[in-house]
Structures are given as structure tokens and as C-alpha cells.
Design a protein around this ligand. Structure first.
Ligand code: RIB
Length: 335
């Protein structure tokens, strides 16, 4: 395997010049640069990034901690992050914690040893990892992760999303609106519920939490079970809902299945909204009206935040909320 010395010899320059060309760390004459590039090509030279990072330079690698999930929301977001990282000249190491705190700890240790330049954390399991474990890594939290102050964090504005969804239903004449929340210990679940309450209050509708608020776990099954509990309690009664706001698209799909079991057609008998705008939402029958998370912007801002943190490790932690938007399809009826 060719070394930096071989490249320097063939190009007729010093190894320092080769290093400056490869790392773009100093001006090098056009002739020398071309000679180095040609030698690199001819010798198939691959710089040793590990050695480079050991010398205190950049490894040009970022880590990303994710939780195993069958939610396409995560796959979509990861694709965007990878794309944006690549466009900045970084490779991404994906670490799947598989819902396991020990694994999360091991991965953080591994990423530290590999001298990655920074880490994005999108894993609820990382909540339980002692914060000291992250100490040496510039880090940004996305969607889920330790909620301690002082860390950079980027999220969609879930309160606004909850508000937009509920207001949309109210504007279409619905007054009895059920909500299927995610786990109420999670920030995004609490905020989507708060947005729902804000919209109801603004419209002068008294929230009937006992009958209308049911929690699941952001999965198909969670939506199925929460909807079973909602309909078992309200169907055929004075408290029956005409619309349901499921706090993510997977839950909306699980809920639709229960509606069908009750003989309720969407949207003729029951209107339904989701959250996320996963790729499957537009192919659902009927196409699902939902709240879209700003995936590309979340990925771009997360990488920008991480690069800023890498450049200035000691600056104050920031919290960035990005606004979601409404995607109107066919699952809501005007009353
Ligand atoms: O983590 C589950 C949910 O939280 C996703 O569906 C998405 O809405 C995210 O914010």
C-alpha cells in the first residue's frame, strides 16, 4: 500500500507539501498541487484518517446514536442526516442502541475511542446514559435524548404541530376531538398534547381529557390500543368523537384499523389526522392528512449545530425548535 512518502517522491515534493495539499491547510503552488494529485491517483493512495486523527487532526467522521425502531420517520431523518454530513465531507457511523442502555454506553465509548469529531444523539435510551460518558464528545440531541440543560438540542416545534392539527379539525367544524398521544413522559408527546389543549381553549371548547385523551407508544400497536380504549369509552355516547388526532402517522394507521372494526369509515364517519408525514402517509387509504416534520431542515440544522459545537466546544448549549407544517389530504371531512 502506497504511503505519503511514495506520493511525495513521485510528485517530487516534500511530505509536508503532500499533507498540505490533502488537508488544504496551506497555499501550495498549482504545479505542486497537480503533481501531488496525479501521484495520489497513480499510486491509489488512501490517507490514513485514523493516524491523522491521532495526531490531533480531524477524523472527518461523525457518529449517530439511534434507537431501533420500525418507525419510517427515523429512517427518513437518518437518510437526510447522512446526505447532509456527506455534503460537508463527513462520513457517518450509525450506532443502533436497540433499546438497550448498555449498548448506548458501549457505543459512546467506541465512538470516543475512534475519535469521531462529534455525535448526534437520537435515542431515548441515551437518556439513561450518565452524562459524564458524553464528556469528551461534541454532541447534539435530536428528537430524543438526555434533556439536561447545557446541551445543544434540535426538535420540531411539537406544541405548534399539535395546535395546527387541532385547529385544522376545529376549522372544519369538529368539536369533539380525540387525541392519541405518545408516551406522556416524552417531550414531544407532552407538547403535542399542549398544542391540542391550546387550540381547543382558543375555540372555547372544553377539553374532556378523561374521555378524549388516550396514550399509546408511537407504534401501530400503540395507536391500535389507544383507539380501542377511546372508542370503547365513547362510541355511541354523548362524548363520541367526530375526529381523532393521532400523534404520529403509525398510530393513525393503527387507529384506522380499529375504526374499521367498529364500522366507521374515514373520513365519512370519523376524521383522522396523523403527525410526521412519513412516506406511507400519502399512500394510505384514504391519503392521510398530517403534520409534516421539517426533515431536511432538521438534518441541516443538526449538522450545522454540531459543526459549530466542534469549532467552539465551550459555548453555551442552544435549543432550536423548527416549525412543522400541515399537509392536507383526504382523511378529514368538513362537518
Ligand atoms: O419518537 C416517535 C415520534 O417522535 C416520531 O413519530 C416523531 O413524531 C417523533 O417526533
Amino acid at each position: 500500500m502506497a504511503t505519503i512518502r511514495d506520493v511525495a517522491k513521485l510528485a517530487g515534493v516534500s511530505t509536508t507539501t503532500v499533507s498540505h495539499v490533502l488537508n488544504q491547510t496551506r497555499f501550495v503552488s498549482e504545479t505542486a498541487r497537480l503533481a501531488v494529485e496525479q501521484a495520489v491517483k497513480q499510486l491509489n493512495y488512501v490517507p490514513n484518517v485514523v493516524a491523522r486523527s491521532l495526531k490531533g487532526g480531524s477524523s472527518r467522521v461523525l457518529g449517530m446514536l439511534v434507537t431501533d425502531s420500525n418507525n419510517p420517520f427515523y429512517a427518513d431523518l437518518i437518510q437526510w442526516v447522512d446526505k447532509v454530513a456527506y455534503s460537508h465531507g463527513y462520513n457517518l457511523i450509525l450506532c443502533n442502541t436497540q433499546g438497550n442502555v448498555e449498548r448506548a454506553c458501549d457505543y459512546i465509548e467506541m465512538l470516543t475511542q475512534r475519535r469521531v469529531d462529534g455525535v448526534l444523539v437520537m435515542s431515548a435510551d441515551a437518556r439513561q446514559v450518565p452524562l459524564s460518558a458524553f464528556a469528551k464528545l461534541p454532541m447534539v440531541m435530536m428528537d430524543a435524548g438526555p434533556s439536561a440543560v447545557g446541551f445543544d438540542r434540535i426538535l420540531d416545534d411539537s406544541e405548534l404541530g399539535g395546535y395546527l392539527a387541532t385547529k385544522y379539525l376545529l376549522d372544519r367544524g369538529h368539536r369533539q376531538i380525540g387525541i392519541l398521544t405518545g408516551p406522556l413522559a416524552k417531550y414531544n408527546s407532552q407538547h403535542r398534547l399542549a398544542g391540542y389543549h391550546r387550540a381547543l381553549a382558543e375555540a372555547g371548547v372544553t377539553a374532556n381529557d378523561k374521555a378524549w385523551v388516550h396514550s399509546g407508544n408511537f407504534s401501530y400497536e400503540g395507536g391500535f390500543e389507544a383507539m380501542q380504549s377511546l372508542l370503547a369509552q365513547t362510541h355511541g355516547s354523548n362524548e363520541a368523537v367526530t375526529a381523532v388526532f393521532a400523534n404520529n402517522d403509525l398510530m393513525a394507521m393503527g387507529a384506522a384499523r380499529v375504526a374499521a372494526d367498529y364500522g366507521l369509515r374515514i373520513p365519512q364517519d370519523l376524521s383522522l389526522m396523523g403527525y410526521d408525514d412519513i412516506p406511507g402517509a400519502q399512500y394510505f387509504n384514504p391519503p392521510l392528512t398530517t403534520i409534516a416534520q421539517p426533515m431536511q431542515a432538521l438534518a441541516e440544522q443538526a449538522i450545522a449545530m454540531l459543526l459549530a459545537r466542534m469549532a467552539k466546544p465551550d459555548c453555551d448549549g442552544q435549543r432550536l425548535l423548527l416549525p412543522p407544517s400541515l399537509v392536507e389530504r383526504d382523511s378529514v371531512r368538513q362537518l
